[in-house]
Design a protein around this ligand. Structure first.
Ligand code: SAH
Length: 374
């Protein structure tokens, strides 16, 4: 018998008992199954781990996010108390760097209380260590559990880890893509019945897709909950992830292990499985609730507008030769073009209370200014 991971065995039993499962269900089990989920027991980040994220590339990233948050706080009218919320904080690096940068603005620093939404006990522990001297921190299972009040919400590489549904276009319409067993190994299949009226939900550019095309979507509930809170209680959110500015057909379901691509249908629970974020869908869902959307813009442009070049020069001046090279490499990784860099692959979207007309570094070319939709 091949060497199956514990989660693989469990999913095989489920498929044998109740039939093929949607890709979204498979992804959810892979990442957050309470016992064997990928995130639950390990710290996947860093050079030694499976992948590296922007805050782990350089302190510049979190510092600039901190200054971005300060400018949002001013735009909110500098409330005396603001909840500083992060979704999926990983090792807590971005929050620690942001809080350090914010110290130069005592009024904002004092207004902040830190609230983290984290599913992984292993990563909560890392966050606790990292932030021990920086702030009083509260942890939550769910965003909905955070106490009321104006908020600034951050999410870097969080939405890509939320389960994604896939539909496949066939001669008989769009069918949900499922994971099934073929000769005893996981394989893709399609649900027997087409999804009723699926075509109507698609953006026009995806309706014309050929047979065999795949369309991905995530339930809107997460973004709607965030947008509703901002609309009712004030504040803004910053969502950073790899993804596309316009909704369209395409298969981006992937697995990453040891910094390379892997087959998402093998060794369930032992690789990071993700899919690109559809930023148009996020912005539309937020606007439908009555919040304002800002951007999205590419990460490279966003960081440039926040002054990353100047920050890099300061760090380089204060560093020895080798350190200066590290800073230069980090700057390239965070802002550069191409697949090996994050500058154009990653996008940044702001969501805010409708009264906030612009958010720093996110001004966009939308003639409606991202206003809520009637
Ligand atoms: N933001 C960090 C980590 C990104 S990895 C960084 O940029 O380095 C994704 C993070 O989201 C991890 O902390 C993971 O444990 C968390 N996460 C994934 N799915 C989650 C869920 N459903 N609820 C809460 N946290 C989740």
């Amino acid at each position: 018998m091949p060497d199956y991971s514990p989660l693989e065995l469990l999913i095989r039993q489920q498929i044998a008992a109740t039939g093929p499962m949607p890709v979204a269900r498979y992804m959810q089990l892979c990442l957050t199954h309470p016992e064997h989920g990928y995130y639950l027991k390990r710290d996947p980040l860093g050079r030694e781990g499976d992948f590296i994220t922007a805050p782990e590339v350089s302190q510049m990233f979190g510092e600039l996010i901190g200054l971005w948050a300060a400018s949002v706080w001013s735009a909110m009218g500098a409330p005396e108390q603001v909840r500083f919320i992060e979704l999926g904080p990983g090792r807590g690096t971005m929050m620690a760097d942001a809080l350090r940068a914010i110290r130069i603005l005592p009024a904002f620093h004092e207004a902040i209380s830190v609230h983290l939404v984290e599913a992984s006990p292993a990563l909560r522990e890392k966050q606790r260590e990292k932030l021990a001297d920086a702030a009083e921190v509260e942890w939550y299972e769910r965003f909905e559990d955070i106490p009321e009040g104006p908020a600034i919400v951050l999410a870097n590489e969080f939405f890509d880890a939320l389960p994604v549904h896939q539909a496949v276009k066939t001669e008989t319409g769009w069918h949900e893509r499922v994971i099934t067993l073929d000769d005893d190994i996981f394989a893709y299949g399609v649900a027997a019945e087409p999804i009723p009226r699926f075509e109507v939900l698609l953006p026009p550019q995806a309706r014309a897709a050929p047979v065999g095309a795949i369309f991905e979507w995530r339930p809107d509930t997460g973004i709607m909950t965030i947008a509703r809170r901002l609309r009712d209680q004030g504040g803004a959110a910053l969502i950073i992830d790899y993804g596309h500015i316009r909704s369209d057909a395409g298969d981006t379901f992937q697995a990453v292990a040891r910094h390379g691509f892997a087959n998402p249908l093998r060794r369930a629970g032992e690789a990071d499985v993700t899919a690109h974020v559809d930023f148009e869908a996020l912005a539309r869902a937020a606007q439908d609730i009555g919040a304002r959307a800002h951007g999205p813009v590419e990460q490279g442009a966003f960081l440039a507008r926040l002054g990353i070049e100047t920050r890099a020069q300061t760090l380089m001046k204060n560093a020895a030769e080798e350190g200066a090279q590290t800073v230069a490499a980090a700057l390239r990784r965070l802002t550069g073009e191409g697949k090996e860099n994050m500058g154009s692959l990653f996008k940044v979207l702001g969501i805010s209370h409708p009264s906030i007309g612009t958010l720093a570094a996110l001004s966009d070319h939308d003639p409606t200014g991202g206003a809520p939709r009637p």
